[in-house]
Design a protein around this ligand. Structure first.
Ligand SMILES: CCCCC/C=C\C/C=C\C/C=C\C/C=C\C/C=C\C=C\C(=O)SCCNC(=O)CCNC(=O)[C@H](O)C(C)(C)COP(=O)(O)OP(=O)(O)OC[C@H]1O[C@@H](n2cnc3c(N)ncnc32)[C@H](O)[C@@H]1OP(=O)(O)O
Ligand code: FAD
Length: 665
């Protein structure tokens, strides 16, 4: 811990037990303990140093990523870490690389879509890193439209092989992480063709590089797709391009859990929904929601601590300057983000539970919750990543000029995070999937079919379409039932309005197309309702620790009332609340910010992040920001020499020339 704590006064004003809040945030005492150990293990190891990352060239950065991944693996083996510990260790290394795709998509794709025999063959190789895998789905010409992929896998009954081929330039695989330079194998998605018929997209395990010298196998062309947004950031990842020229693989390398091709070339589809092919994406979308709360809480931790240290303007009589955290505008920009970090954390936990539950049901051949899993993972992925990306940028602005320095950690965090709005499904495309399911649910209401799961509130259609909020004072907005009802009514009325408008179009498809901007907003309203509901449910649980429940209650109210204030137009236009009730919500929000203020630093301490993981001179635990900023500046390569390179070539001649001109005057 720090020797001088510049934030000690802030920590002393906290009205709750921070250690217990750490448990509430992490999920259990065990989770706090393991995360703490792994974070410190990484922070104390010089190989995992990352403060120089933005100054490395692309090649140096990539080599550094390979080195860190190898070292992490060495430590995992030496220390015999459990899977949970190993996952955390990799997270704290905090540098995107091929291992993310190997563990995060290649292994889950084989587990989810491979037969037992295939799992038995391939997983041990992957677990021991005897092969390195990636997930090659997206192509140059198609990403969102998976059914539009062009790569072909044509069965050749003569040799009992599939021939994998890229027929066009646009069919080149493009983007897969780890493909460019590291992977030896890929799960490749291609159109399965047998007996002259195209059976659509299926997954295949394809070896790409030699296990001896890493050179591409015959017929395989591959490389990196080039530099990406920001310095450092996602450039540590070798996103790749891949083309196949009639590459042959044995038939048993088609992932055959969902459908099979027999020795004779007959296509057999098991009696399961085709969408199970998308299972790996559902899994990753679910982990991306959990990841959103991490990225958001990091940015908020930096901005809150720095705002408590930073002072601007004083009293008229020359008294001390004001901490910028005391400005109401700073609070109204920052505290909703703090509340969102907690909201996303809890909804992420719930989504993880839902995913596990659905997976168990699928194993028992119960597919009834597949749609719910798709809607929740797609919608929550879209909303949490969009909010987090915007919030990181807002935190940069909240830190003023210093937030723009790489040493603040915020530019790199933003650059690494922002593609989350695109990968694993573009957020607009995913929200339209949610909207489609909402429209289907509304259309089934007339037939009396009772919606279930997160759509269950739509079953109260008679009541929710006409109810009026009973709020008559600012305090009334602290009642969770008032909040819940307003959010349910808003979401349902927006969905029903869309459905009515669509029904007036020439066709359902045309109506959906014309109304898609409104449908996006309806989908967002539905997802915000889920987040609010799960936060309210969390706060209703028994939560140990002095003052912890009260703080979470306040944050839950901040989250809900902030969303209400931000989307006031929706609530008013649908007649769920009156303008006066909207004003009362805003009044209550101001009171809640005042309640959060003395607890703000302790609330971000509860995230329990090491200075290494935060990677920010502004977010240091000890708040000793200025010496750190000053020291950091001198580390820049530009400061290695007093007189810069190029002085004699460009600066001196220029200055001399001007001096000469002046002397002639
Ligand atoms: C790499 C991860 C590392 C993880 C490490 C672990 C933890 C670390 C923490 C978090 C991770 C953090 C960061 C991740 C790091 C980096 C990212 C790296 C990798 C990124 C990889 C990728 O991007 S892979 C490529 C992803 N691509 C997409 O997402 C494509 C999006 N498109 C689609 O999903 C589909 O094409 C579609 C859904 C848009 C359309 O589907 P389609 O079949 O064409 O048509 P319909 O719309 O008509 O749908 C038909 C019916 O199917 C239902 N449905 C659709 N999708 C699903 C689904 N997934 N599950 C269930 N059901 C589905 C749909 O509702 C229709 O149903 P009905 O017929 O009943 O109406
Ligand atoms: C950093 C990064 C890592 C990635 N890693 C991988 C990986 O490991 N493996 C892999 O296979 N892929 C990977 N991808 C690819 C990623 O999954 C796709 O980029 C993503 O699914 C979006 O598809 P797209 O690029 O085709 O976007 P497009 O669909 O071309 O989107 C372009 C625009 O069109 C809009 N749009 C598209 N369709 C519709 C529609 N129906 N209605 C309204 N608007 C629409 C979108 O909203 C967007 O604004 C990665 C991408 C990135 C950026």
């Amino acid at each position: 811990m720090a020797e001088v704590d510049h934030l000690a006064a802030e920590r002393a004003t906290a009205r709750f037990d921070v250690e217990e809040m750490k448990v509430a945030w992490a999920g259990s005492r065990h989770a706090v303990h393991v995360a703490d150990r792994m974070a410190r293990l990484v922070a104390s190891d010089p190989v995992f140093r990352k403060d120089n990352r933005t100054m490395l060239s692309r090649k140096e950065l990539f080599k550094d990523t390979l080195r860190k991944a190898a070292h992490a693996w060495k430590r995992i083996v030496e220390l015999r870490l459990t899977e949970e510990e190993a996952d955390l260790l990799r997270q704290y290394v905090d540098q995107p690389g091929y291992v993310d795709l190997h563990w995060g998509m290649f292994v889950p794709a084989i587990k989810g879509q491979g037969t037992e025999e295939q799992q038995h063959k391939w997983l041990p190789l992957a677990y021991k890193f005897q092969i390195i895998g990636c997930y090659a789905q997206t192509e140059l010409g198609h990403g969102s439209n998976v059914q539009g992929l062009e790569t072909t896998a044509t069965f050749d009954p003569k040799t009992d092989e599939f021939v994998i081929h890229s027929p066009t330039l646009t069919s080149s695989k493009w983007w897969p992480g780890g493909l460019g330079k590291a992977s030896t194998h890929a799960v490749v998605y291609a159109r399965l063709i047998t007996e002259g018929k195209d059976y659509g997209i299926h997954g295949f395990i394809v070896q790409l590089r030699s296990l001896e010298d890493h050179s591409p196998l015959p017929g395989v062309t591959l490389g990196d797709i080039g530099g990406k947004f920001g310095s450092g950031a996602y450039n540590s990842m070798d996103n790749g391009v891949l083309r196949f020229d009639h590459v042959r693989i044995p038939r048993d390398q088609m992932l055959m859990r969902l459908s099979q091709v027999t020795r004779e070339g007959k296509y057999v589809h098991s009696n399961v929904p085709k969408q199970l092919l998308y299972g790996t994406m559902v899994y990753v979308r679910q982990s991306i929601v959990a990841d959103a709360s991490k990225a958001l809480s990091r940015a908020v931790c930096i901005a809150v601590r720095y705002s408590a240290v930073r002072k601007q303007f004083g009293s008229q009589d020359g008294g001390p300057e004001t901490q910028v955290l005391n400005y109401k505008t700073q609070q109204s920009r920052l505290f909703p983000l703090l509340a969102s970090a907690y909201a996303f954390r809890f909804v992420g936990d719930w989504l993880n539970w839902l995913y596990t539950d659905v997976t168990q049901k699928l194993e028992a051949k119960d597919f009834s919750t597949l749609q719910e899993a798709h809607a929740c993972t797609a919608g929550l992925k879209a909303v949490t990543t969009s909010v987090t990306a915007d919030a990181i940028e807002e935190c940069r602005k909240l830190c003023g000029g210093h937030g723009y320095l790489n040493s603040s950690g915020l530019p790199e965090l933003f650059a690494v995070y922002v593609p989350a709005c695109t990968y694993e499904g573009d957020n607009v495309v995913l929200l339209l999937q949610v909207a489609r399911i909402l429209m289907k649910t509304v259309s089934q209401l007339a037939s009396g079919k009772q919606p279930v799961g997160t759509m269950a509130y739509m079953g109260k259609v008679q009541y929710l379409m006409q109810c009026k909020s009973a709020v008559s004072s600012a305090e009334d907005w602290l009642n969770p039932d008032a909040i819940q009802e307003a959010f349910e009514a808003r979401a349902l009325r927006m969905a029903v309005n869309c459905a009515q408008n669509i029904s007036q179009a020439a066709s359902q498809e045309e109506g959906f197309y014309e109304r898609s901007p409104d449908l996006l907003e309806a989908a967002v309203a539905h997802i915000q309702l889920i987040i609010v509901t799960k936060f309210i449910e969390k706060v209703h649980q028994e939560i140990p620790g002095h003052g912890v429940k009260e703080q979470l209650q306040a944050l839950c109210n901040v989250y809900a009332l902030y969303i209400l204030h931000k989307h006031l137009g929706d609530f008013l236009a649908t007649g769920c609340i009156t303008p006066r009730q909207g004003a009362l919500a805003n009044e209550q929000l101001g009171k809640l910010y005042a309640q959060v203020r003395p607890n703000a630093v302790a609330l971000v301490d509860a995230f329990n992040y090491t200075d290494h993981y935060l990677g920010s001179v502004l977010g240091r635990y000890d708040g000793d920001v200025y010496p750190a900023l000053y020291e950091e500046a001198w580390k820049d390569p530009l400061n290695e020499t007093v007189v810069p390179e190029g002085y004699h070539e460009y600066l001196r001649p220029l200055i001399k020339q001007q001096q000469l001109k002046l002397s002639r005057l």
